[in-house]
Design a protein around this ligand. Structure first.
Ligand code: ADP
Length: 259
C-alpha cells in the first residue's frame, strides 16, 4: 500500500503516519525527518537546506525529489510506504508521478487531514510549551513567526495539491480536528475504500466502456484514442470508426471480384 498524508504543519500527519506504520507495517517516509537528519549530519544537502528550513520556507524541489527517490528504492520501502510531508508542491507531485511510473507502482490514496488554522497554532504552541517544560531541545523552526511562514507556504504551494489529487481520483479527506483515535479510524475507512475505488476510474474506463465496435475498427480507434484522455471524447471516437466502417468495406468488395 502506498499512501500520502497531506495537511498543514501541525495537522497530525506524523502521529497518523505512526499509527499506519503499526497497523499496516508500512514504512514512514518523512521528508522533514530526512532533511533534519541531513542537517544534523552536516552533509552537502544538509548545509544547503539548513537556513531554508530554519526560516520555514520550502527546500528546492530537486533536492527533496532526489532524497525521496533514493529512499523509495530501498528494500524496506518495496512493501509499501506512507509519504509524510511530500509532495509539497505541484512540481514535486508531478515528479512523484514520474518516479512511481518508472518503478511500475501506483498510489493507493492521498489522505487529506482537514484542520482549522487557529487550532493548529494553538496545537503547535502547546507542543512547544510541553517540550520546553520537559527540557527537550526545540526544533529550529518551532516558533510562532516561523510557523506562520510555514502556514503561508502550505496555503500557497501545497494546498493546490488537494485539487491535483482530487482530479486524479485518489483524494480522501478526513476531519483532522477529531480525536487522534477517531482520525485514525477515519483514515482506515478511507484507506479500505480506496482499495476498491482507486486508480482504475480514469484510466481504465475509456477502454472497457467501448465494447461495441468490431475489432478492426476498435484497433484504429484505440490508437487515436490513447492520446485523448477524458470522458468527453468518447462520442467522437464512436463516430469516426463508424464513418470509416461505412467507407472501407465498399472498395474491398469491388476489388475482390476483379481478382
Ligand atoms: P511538519 O511535519 O512540522 O509539518 P516537516 O517536518 O514535514 O514539518 O518539515 C519541516 C521543514 O522541512 C519544512 O518547513 C521545509 O523547510 C522542509 N521540508 C520538508 N519536506 C519538504 C518538501 N517536501 N519540500 C520542501 N521542503 C520540505
Amino acid at each position: 500500500m502506498r499512501l500520502i498524508l497531506l495537511g498543514p504543519p501541525g495537522a497530525g500527519k506524523g502521529t497518523q503516519a505512526q499509527h499506519l506504520v503499526a497497523k499496516y507495517g508500512l514504512v514512514q517516509l518523512s521528508t522533514g525527518d530526512m532533511l533534519r537528519a541531513a542537517v544534523k549530519a552536516g552533509t552537502p544537502i544538509g548545509r544547503q537546506v539548513e537556513e531554508i528550513m530554519a526560516r520555514g520556507a520550502l527546500c528546492p524541489d530537486e533536492v527533496v525529489v532526489a532524497i525521496v527517490e533514493q529512499r523509495i528504492e530501498q528494500p524496506d520501502a518495496r512493501k509499501g510506504f506512507i509519504l509524510d510531508g511530500f509532495p509539497r508542491t505541484v512540481g514535486q507531485a508531478e515528479a512523484l508521478d514520474r518516479m512511481l511510473a518508472k518503478h511500475g507502482i501506483a498510489l493507493d490514496a492521498v489522505i487529506e487531514l482537514r484542520v482549522d488554522e487557529a487550532a493548529l497554532i494553538r496545537r503547535i504552541e502547546n507542543r512547544v510549551a510541553e517540550m520546553k517544560a520537559r527540557g527537550e531541545p526545540l526544533r529550529a523552526d518551532d516558533s510562532a513567526e516561523v510557523l506562520h511562514r510555514r502556514l503561508v507556504a502550505y496555503r500557497e504551494q501545497t494546498a493546490p495539491l488537494i485539487a491535483y489529487y482530487r482530479q486524479h481520483g485518489t483524494l480522501r479527506s478526513v476531519d483532522g480536528m477529531a480525536k487522534i483515535d477517531e482520525v485514525a479510524a477515519a483514515i482506515e475507512t478511507a484507506v479500505s475504500a480506496a482499495g476498491t475505488t482507486s486508480e482504475p476510474a480514469v484510466v481504465a474506463k475509456p477502454v472497457t466502456a467501448k465494447p461495441a465496435p468490431p475489432r478492426r475498427i476498435g484497433r484504429s480507434g484505440l490508437g487515436k484514442k490513447s492520446h485523448i484522455s477524458g470522458k468527453h471524447h468518447k462520442p467522437k471516437i464512436k463516430v469516426k470508426p463508424k464513418a470509416r466502417a461505412a467507407k472501407k468495406p465498399s472498395p474491398k468488395k469491388r476489388k475482390k471480384p476483379k481478382r
